[in-house]
Write a protein that binds this ligand. Sequence first.
Ligand code: ARG
Ligand code: ZN
Length: 857
Amino acid sequence: PVIRREDYTPFPWLIPATRMEFELGLEKTRITTTLNVERNPDAAASPTIRLNGDGLALVSLACDGGSCDGHMIDGDDLVVTLPGDRHVLTIVTELDPSDNSQLMGLYASNGMLCTQCEAEGFRRITFFPDRPDVLSTYTVRMRGPRAQFPVLLCNGNRVATGEDGNSHWAEWHDPWPKPSYLFALVAGDLVARTDHFTTMGGREVELNVYVREGDLDRTEHAMESLKRSMQWDEEVFGREYDLDLFNIVAVSDFNMGAMENKGLNVFNTKYVLADPETATDGDYDGVEGVIGHEYFHNWSGNRVTCRDWFQLSLKEGFTVLRDQLFSADMGSEPVKRIEDVRVLRGVQFPEDSGPLAHPIRPDSYREISNFYTSTVYNKGAEVIRMMRTMAGAERFRRGTDLYFDRHDGEAATCEDFVAAIEAGTGLDLTQFRLWYAQAGTPKVAVTLAHEGDTARVKLTQTVPATPGQGDKHPMPIPLKLALFDRASGTHSGEQLVVLDKDSAEFTFDGFAQRPILSINRTFSAPVSIDRDVSREDLVFLAAKDDDPFARYEAMQELMTGHLVAAVSGEMDDGEREAARTDIAQAMRAVIEDDQLDDLMRGELMVMPGQTYVAEQLLVADPGRIHAEREALKADLGTRLAAQFEALYERTGKVPFSLDAQGKGARKVKTLVLAYAAASDPAKAAELAAHQYDGADNMTDRQGALMVLAGLDSAARTGKLLDFYNRYAGNALVIDKWFALQASSLHPHAIEHVKALREHPDFTLKNPNRVRSLYMAFAANPQAFHGADGEGYRMLADLILELDPINAQTAARFVPPLGRWQRIEEGRAKLMREALERIAKAPKLSRDTYEQVTRSLG
Ligand code: ARG
Ligand code: ZN
């Protein structure tokens, strides 16, 4: 069935208190749930209460201590007749956590028990109104064998403990009413790194990061990130923590990144464990960002939660923005912005231009797990960022203060958020609300005319049609721009213009010569800009723009423009040579600019990704894009060989540290290797083997191995084997070993993927492992888009095999096949065939069914 946003009605019952007792066992857990229910005065009365279940067996049910007036099982739900205004329901269920491969609800992982309830996992534990607008106060007693589960954790505070025989128990009480999706419980043999934080109001908070025995010395970065998050949220958003305890638990079998359960965040190990030997600089940043993200949810998500799942972006978009601002403050603001934009354009733009496009506040769904998307998260963050840009940080803060104030303790809507920002900032956001309703990436065409001493900037927007949304209205698009004077190379100030009609013209006086336009600075709006700009002006901006993002953008545009022209076949040899000369000149200026730090230099050196280039074309030929991209890489490697060599030598001398200088040096080093791999593979292999052997950190070692994995060199096999043996038993590093080979530029990468599928360390039961092999593969254009369609068949096989084991994870592999409309017809047909074969399977999960049918269009 399709669930629609417009059908929302409040739940007829309130559940002021929930008491649960868990008799824990890996193979058998018995749960007794006691619900105090009373009529909701703000909802239409109902003679029954519907309690959601999902595959649950009801062991027993009692109403007010005796038998009920009536009850029935309807589908998976339990419907109970309730004659009065207040009742106490007692429900007993029993489960086998070891048999739960979906990793939703209560499951076993490596001998421990843990839960994942968002979005609809609680109904796999007990019967309950499993919707975010039913808030309840939870008291939980958990009991289990002490030897097996020495640590017993739940939300809130531990209020009592006890022993009996070989068992022990703990009782937990969470004073903050919460929806069921924030429930969590963990039992296992864990050890903790413990620390403390004193809040601005003087509350002493105990902090713990729980991991398995051998992992304790890899938790320091997580703990430091947590303390920084707590401090930052006080300073920047005025938000203080509200319990005496904050626990984090790392779990190796986890569907997503992490989960913000009240007082008990559960994390994928990938976002907790880090040390220089086993984690890359990117991994360190990932830990800090996700720790921040989950912590920030305590206010944006938990204290103020969502009325229904259509409002998901209310908490996710806002929390992503908060974690982005946090990471920017902890490191390099421009580099963080560039990284965020790269994710947005590499993942969200394609989603927004394909069959799965949806507004950040969707109108309907079959399976909500399919809507934990880059659109809801990343575009959601961009939409809120635009409000902040228009209001300014200070006024925006007044808006968020008002939002938290108005809705603390409530289940709110996106509309509530916008209304609070409006009232707090004084902005009129009437038309801006379209950003919540309309899908599709707006395109803004930009032209610049110059006459006398006046420059006219003409802006025209189009919002493309998306599934179910034929015609669109113009949206307010805030664009930061600056006009550079050609002679002086400077501008007289940045301006913010808001394009809120189909088309508008803005005039600027005082330009004797035609100025150079810098637009969408800091990527102030999540749109694609179509500007008529000369290569010469792009070279200027790449070298001189004072907005680092705009410099990055100019470099990207130089290269993207060339690649698009090259694959479209609209270029003769002379033009090709001229374009490559300009790109090399710009790149050389970047390499030699001693005002740049290496972290930023690295961004300016990165080539546009293959998907981003494909996105610029109506119909793409992945083979040709790949070939042209590699050719440009080789050309730059050759032209700039001397500069790259000097750069490699300088950065090679920078000692290991986790500060910006060290990280920047490592980023640049591996980029140089990647260019060399295209222009001089023998030399690259030699350098990479040397870098691999001498590495005192994972960033250098993985970077070198990545380059080697793409080459046909003698060192390739040896170093891959060395890496495996060196890190055998460390699951997160072995994940890298799988991913590296699946994403390599090696011409036989597809064969390597097939072989790795049969490797003893591969398992469909662990999402990190499945993703490390197959997400990397699906994102490897050369291997996945082989013209014979073998890549598509392999992905379809995986989806079919994984679907019964872990539907949520299986469904996440469908979108790469859904790109068929934008790919040349030979491959498009093969991609459709793969989708159709999945669609025909006799038994598909709701998750995969929905994604496949939407993808077929
Ligand atoms: N709320 C979590 C986060 O973003 C994501 C959990 C979603 N889980 C799921 N199974 N759909 O931080
Ligand atoms: Zn989140």
